[in-house]
Design a protein around this ligand. Structure first.
Ligand code: CP
Ligand code: NVA
Length: 335
């Protein structure tokens, strides 16, 4: 498998075999890290990390992964760079590609990361856009595979705003990997029909299925994986909160939903999550709307069936695999 020079913008661009290869590579890196075996063979290489939105996991995962490979990083945020205000994406791409071996981008439209990639002569990695979050998918799939020992044939149910990055990405990933994807949401929160059609074509080839339902009981029955995301994403205006709370409250992940799914079901969340009142936004929403949990109850979040912290750790191992594979790094003893 040779992924050298490839961008990583969406899993739509990757075959099932390539995605599984990245998971195998991540697993091998994880094993080395756990055993304390160094993998820092790439001293002298540099990558740029552009963040137009905030981040804890993705930024830390890229920085630690790069460091573990011996690669240096430069963190760029809008306030401290010319991106967008004084310099176009096309010019930024051509400048950074002269200094760096790879560029990570987190920001708004998928068209922006695509433009960056079109003008960059080095690999571009999507660290989240409004439409897609492909590095998160690798972490989630690794976590699921570690737990169930397989991916094909599993039923993954996503509750909440299925039109946005997490809902889209789960649908794409399940369609690629022969999994059964269910979006459980009000109809107005179903994914874009064009993307659904694309994913249905992919699912036909892989043996997966795509289901969209408003019915929580039917949708979550026999699920292997129950997942959700915040009701309001980064970059969205504050005035959507009221409508989201009203429409998405019936889709909050509760113990009842986990029980309906069945004993084997696990819970995933990309994080950050509003499951208690320990956040600034959580407190503000409580004061205004009187709710102390949003997309998931604290009970489910803190339960044994919640894999959210292994999932967060796997961001780093999987991002390391993406960097290594697309930069063509061969680490002794790894694939
Ligand atoms: N899950 C995720 O992307 O987290 P951050 O926003 O903290 O990077
Ligand atoms: N949908 C969320 C995901 C955060 C990782 C957002 O875009 O803010």
């Amino acid at each position: 498998m040779n992924l050298k020079g490839r961008d990583f913008l969406t899993l739509k661009d990757y075959s099932k075999e390539e995605i599984l290869y990245l998971l195998d590579l991540a697993e091998a890196f994880k094993e080395k890290k756990k055993r304390g075996i160094p993998t820092d063979t790439e001293h002298g290489k540099n990558i740029a990390l552009i963040f137009e939105k905030t981040s804890t996991r993705t930024r830390c995962a890229f920085e630690v992964a790069a460091h573990d490979l011996g690669i240096s990083t430069t963190y760029l945020e809008p306030a401290s760079s010319q991106i967008g205000k004084k310099e176009s994406i096309a010019d930024t791409a051509r400048v950074l590609a002269r200094m760096y071996e790879g560029i990570e981008y987190r920001g708004f439209g998928q068209n922006i990361v695509e433009e960056l990639a079109a003008y960059s002569s080095v690999p571009v990695w999507n660290g989240l856009t409004n439409e897609d979050h492909p590095t998160q998918m690798l972490a989630d799939m690794l976590t699921i595979r570690e737990h169930f020992g397989r991916l094909e044939g599993l039923r993954l149910v996503y509750l909440g705003d299925a039109r946005y990055n997490m809902g889209n990405s789960y649908m794409i990933t399940c369609a690629k990997l022969g999994m059964h994807f269910v979006a459980c949401a009000p109809e107005s929160y179903f994914p874009d029909p064009k993307l659904v059609a694309e994913c249905e074509d992919m699912a036909t080839l892989s043996g997966g299925t795509i289901t969209l339902t408003e019915n929580v009981t039917v949708g979550t029955r026999n699920a292997d994986i129950i997942c959700t995301d915040v009701w309001v994403s980064m970059g969205e205006p504050d005035d959507v909160w009221e409508e989201r709370i009203k429409s998405l409250s019936p889709y909050k992940v509760t113990q009842e939903i986990m029980d309906n799914a069945g004993e084997k079901a696990v819970f995933l969340h990309c994080l950050p999550s509003f499951h208690d009142l320990k956040t600034e936004i959580g407190k503000k929403i409580f004061e205004k709307y009187g709710i102390n949990e949003m997309e998931v109850t604290d009970e489910v979040f803190e339960s044994d069936r919640s894999l959210v912290f292994p999932e967060a750790e796997n961001r780093m191992h999987t991002i390391k695999a993406v960097i290594a594979a697309t930069l063509g790094i061969s680490v002794p003893g790894i694939l």
